[in-house]
Design a protein around this ligand. Structure first.
Ligand SMILES: CC(C)(COP(=O)(O)OP(=O)(O)OC[C@H]1O[C@@H](n2cnc3c(N)ncnc32)[C@H](O)[C@@H]1OP(=O)(O)O)[C@@H](O)C(=O)NCCC(=O)NCCS
Length: 170
């Protein structure tokens, strides 16, 4: 299992992953292709955002890929926090494709993502989840999350907030 950076060679696998989501909102949103005329323009936009511009903070995104080059999950690492990310969004968003859930992949994906955060020099990360997202809360706790005060989003969703200290291996 490995993390790979989205490039043109992953277009087909990326689209196949998104097809499994049907009409539900794609998480993390940076993997959504809806607003782009083609894959090339999607990749160009992500390249621009990568180092931060306008309201976009620097970020890194990866696919979790198995030995058959099938994308099992996706992770988005925001290198810094602004007010919104500090209260609601956190440093990291992730998902596992619907057909591969509850097999431990998100726990592994976050673990591998935390290693990337260490490589980036981050010393702690904030990860949030909706109050009713039991699976995601477990993924965070499995990776050493310590719960902080919850916040309420503008649509009244309660966001649980967890910190993971990266100075010690969990
Ligand atoms: C949340 C999500 C990432 C979990 O992925 P996953 O691969 O199923 O997670 P894991 O298999 O690593 O499961 C971790 C733990 O959560 C439990 N779990 C997973 N989904 C669950 C669910 N729907 N209900 C209850 N428990 C659940 C697992 O049984 C496991 O428990 P354990 O640690 O006690 O063994 C996945 O459901 C998903 O992609 N959801 C949509 C996007 C999303 O919500 N992303 C998180 C945003 S904060």
């Amino acid at each position: 299992m490995r993390l790979v950076i989205p490039t043109a060679e992953w277009e087909r696998a990326h689209r196949e992953y998104l097809n499994e989501w049907g009409s539900s909102r794609v998480i993390p949103s940076c993997f959504n292709l809806h607003d782009f005329v083609n894959y090339e323009s999607y990749l160009e936009e992500m390249m621009k955002r990568k180092d931060g511009y306008g309201n976009w903070l620097p970020f890194s995104s990866y696919f979790l890929v198995n030995h058959k080059d099938r994308i099992l999950g996706m992770i988005d690492i925001r290198h810094e926090l602004n007010d919104f990310l500090y209260r609601i969004g956190g440093n990291i968003g992730y998902s596992v494709r619907p057909s591969e859930r509850q097999k431990g992949y998100a726990t592994l994906l976050l673990k591998m993502g935390l290693d990337k955060c260490r490589e980036l020099g981050m010393d702690k990360v904030l990860i949030t989840c909706d109050e009713d997202n039991i699976g995601s809360a477990k993924v965070i706790l499995n990776n050493g999350g310590r719960e902080d005060k919850s916040e309420v989003d503008e649509d009244q969703t309660v966001k649980r907030r967890f910190w993971i200290d990266l100075s010690s291996k969990n």
